[in-house]
Design a protein around this ligand. Structure first.
Ligand code: DGJ
Length: 730
């Protein structure tokens, strides 16, 4: 077992391949404290590291009656309102109105494997993969149990944490805050990495020094959001892609979140992550439980790059499910940027005919095929075919596409309802709204109240009806607005604080039902581009639309941030037409292909209308995808240079697990006069293997390629790119 308890020392030690995480129990009161998280330790005797010393200004030693003990003790999971003035992990409201919680150890259990989290997305692992420690803490006065769960993977430096609360008392209480993890460390001059953005500009990386006090990212938008990402990394201020300590924290959840770092007066650092406490209040009746979502913690002593590769391996093998988990995805062509709402059967079939001849494998019909949907002001919820556009019906279209040897995919926005829709006219009370207040419209639509079973059932049935009506093999699940005006015909003062989380549970239930009933369906999540690109969604769909910005240059920063934590196999990326519809930029078709190759790869254009010279490049791009996708999907990702940082060029590579192949993508964003060919040092090769650079006679040892590098010739013009492929020779 890679988790052990030392009875005498009262120390729990969790080991991954290269990491140890150590927890200690102190005092006869059995406070549970944090001792160590970092490089693997061979022994248990590290209890001396536990910070039980009193704060300097308190004369007595170890006097637990002093608030200072709580305020400086590095706790595994905080209580609330009993003396630790740093932000707390949990708080409650009792019938008497009290919020205090004080937690000490009650019991523990260690077992091989990992249990499922009821109703929530979660990483998984067999007995051979991981072990789990469940530490049950309790507040003796409230008779409240707080079970901290830690799963440590044997071969991956990942520890998964979650929290379950059980009200064992006689009286109901309200849970007003519940973080999924808390980690108290020494503040050793860390930097922090977070991701920020907007629509069409998701997951731009920000790195800055951790300062005194609190700093956080979060979302109160009802989804993980374009704006801030449920991820935070703490790293040595000198850490690079290859060196330094890095601690990553990633929330497996798609709704409101908070990730917060707090540096205290005593130079301790508290990291917390969980459901955002704003507008959260969960009723815990006597005997009932609340399960909080999980956090994936990854530690790397070899820089950011190793953290990325651990996340990639964990998500590829222990989060993503389904028949496409390890499979190459069909190259798709999506008609959104090609036609927007103006399409009909003929137009789609013309696109499909041309596309199939070029080697494209699936047609995806985007928004606009249903109800009265001639623009984005109407018809969401009316999931029946618009026969004015699709003459002959959906089955006819799908059959014709299938006859071309192509698969067929379809777009839905199941969580929404337009005020101008048959659904709204029949069920106005199904939209989220506060009685007496006109709810805010966004993109002309409201959100369905998915906290209600009948709404979830109706939505699922609508999808099921369409999906069983024709041979549909792919669904793009979109979500184009954030949640406001929280309330509804079926929400009252007691339940309104549960709304956001119950909404997410409704979405998760819907997606679980969908992939259970249609196990071979390829599901791609999407939210106005990449507003719900998060590990929660990955549990249901092996790929997520990365961003509505399909410009190859804008995509560099978006894909860099995304690939820092997500495997390339998950990043929805398409080649689109120019001038680009979001930024008006013209880039070479070749560059657009190279950049999309780092993701799922597909097209988002009217292939019957693009310039002939672009069209003729498609078969070449298709064969490039078939040649490299296994490597891109399954290999180890290394970042060489960041355009986001250097404002000049971008470079990244993927090395196969057996180190026999390597693909390097180089994008010269701006050309410069008088600049020379660029020397690139390759990473992650086997130093002893000999590699040939495709298209040249050059055969070099891995060590030479890594230490001395290769030359990338200066390219003529802006926005130019080049692929370099290395393969082992005997
Ligand atoms: C937002 C998505 O990100 C786009 O790709 C497209 O599907 C539109 N919605 C359709 O409304």
């Amino acid at each position: 077992m890679n988790i052990q308890y030392h009875e005498e020392l009262k120390i729990f030690k969790l080991d991954t391949k290269n990491t140890s995480y150590v927890i200690g129990v102190v005092d006869e009161e059995e406070f549970v404290g944090h001792i160590y998280y970092g490089k693997k330790l061979d022994e248990f005797q590290v209890g001396y590291l536990m910070r039980t010393e009193e704060a300097p200004f308190v004369p007595s030693k170890n006097n637990r009656d002093r608030t200072s003990f709580y305020d400086c003790f590095p706790v595994e999971y905080t209580g609330h309102g009993v003396g630790d003035f740093r932000d707390s992990s949990i708080s409650v409201k009792t019938k008497a109105g009290h919020s205090a919680v004080c937690l000490t150890l009650k019991s523990y259990e260690i077992y091989a494997g990992k249990k499922k989290l009821q109703g929530l997305p979660a990483t998984f692992g067999e007995e051979a993969d991981c072990s789990t420690l469940e530490l049950t803490l309790w507040d003796k006065v409230l008779n409240l149990e707080v079970m901290l769960s830690y799963t440590a993977y044997r071969e991956l430096d990942a520890i998964i944490r979650s929290v379950k609360v059980k009200n064992c008392g006689q009286e109901s209480l309200v849970l007003t805050k519940i973080m999924s993890m808390c980690l108290d460390m020494d503040q050793d001059g860390y930097d922090m990495i977070t991701m920020h953005g907007s629509w069409a500009r998701e997951r731009h990386v920000q790195r800055k020094a951790v300062g005194l006090g609190k700093q956080s990212v979060g979302s109160v938008r009802g989804e993980s959001s374009h704006q801030e990402h449920p991820f935070l990394a703490l790293l040595d201020d000198k850490a690079t892609q290859e060196s330094g300590n890095v601690y990553g924290f990633h929330f497996v959840y798609s709704g409101n979140f908070l990730a917060q770092v707090e540096v205290s007066q005593f130079d301790s650092l508290r990291m917390m992550m969980g459901i955002h406490p704003t507008d959260f209040a969960w009723n815990l009746q006597a005997g009932s439980e609340f399960q909080a979502p999980e956090v994936v913690m990854v530690y790397s002593s070899e820089g950011i790059g190793q953290m990325s590769r651990t996340y990639h391996d964990l998500y590829r093998n222990h989060l993503i499910r389904g028949s496409y988990k390890d499979k190459k995805r069909p190259i798709l062509i999506n008609n959104w940027e090609a036609t927007y709402f103006e399409f009909d059967t003929d137009k789609l079939l013309n696109i499909a005919r041309e596309a199939s001849g070029l080697g494209i494998e699936m047609l995806v019909m985007d928004d606009g095929w249903f109800g009265n949907r001639f623009d984005d002001n109407r018809a969401l919820g009316d999931w029946f075919v618009n026969e004015e556009k699709l003459k002959g019906g959906l089955k006819y279209l799908v059959d014709e596409v299938n006859k071309l040897g192509m698969k067929f995919g379809i777009w839905f926005e199941p969580e929404m309802i337009s005020p101008d829709s048959e659904l709204y006219r029949a069920h106005p009370d199904w939209a989220i709204a506060i009685d007496g207040r006109t709810p805010s419209l966004c993109r002309g639509q409201y959100v369905l109240d998915l906290t209600r079973k009948e709404v979830v059932d109706y939505t699922f049935e609508s999808l099921r009806k369409i999906l069983t009506s024709a041979n549909i093999e792919y669904v793009k699940w979109d979500m184009n607005r954030q949640l406001t005006d929280i309330g509804g015909a079926f929400t009252n003062a007691d339940s309104v604080g549960e709304f956001y989380h119950r909404y997410m549970l409704g979405v998760y239930e819907l997606q679980e039902r969908l992939i259970t009933e249609f196990p071979n369906l390829l599901l791609e999540n999407c939210s106005g581009g990449g507003a719900r690109f998060d590990p929660g969604m990955l549990y249901y769909s092996p790929q997520i639309w990365c961003s509505d910005d399909t410009d190859a240059i804008e995509r560099l920063a978006i894909q860099e941030g995304t690939a820092m934590i997500y495997p390339l196999s998950t990043m929805g990326a398409h080649v689109s037409d120019c001038p680009n519809h979001t930024v008006g930029r013209n880039t070479p078709f070749e560059t657009r292909g190279h950049v999309a190759l780092a993701g799922t790869f597909g097209y988002e254009l009217d292939v019957t209308k693009i310039p002939e010279e672009d069209r003729t490049m498609i078969p070449e791009q298709v064969s490039m995808y078939h040649k490299y996708n296994d490597l891109v999907r399954t290999g180890d990702y290394y970042r060489i240079a960041s355009y986001h940082e250097n404002h000049f060029y971008d470079c990244y590579q993927v090395v196969s697990k057996d180190k026999t192949e390597c693909l390097i993508t180089f994008v010269q964003v701006l050309n410069r006069p008088n600049y020379k060919n660029r020397r690139i040092l390759i990473k992650g090769l086997n130093p002893e293997f000999r590699y040939q650079l495709e298209g040249s006679e050059l055969v070099l040892k891995g060590s030479t390629l890594m230490h001395a590098g290769i030359m990338v010739e200066k390219l003529w013009g802006d926005f130019r790119s080049k692929l370099l492929y290395l393969k082992v020779v005997q």
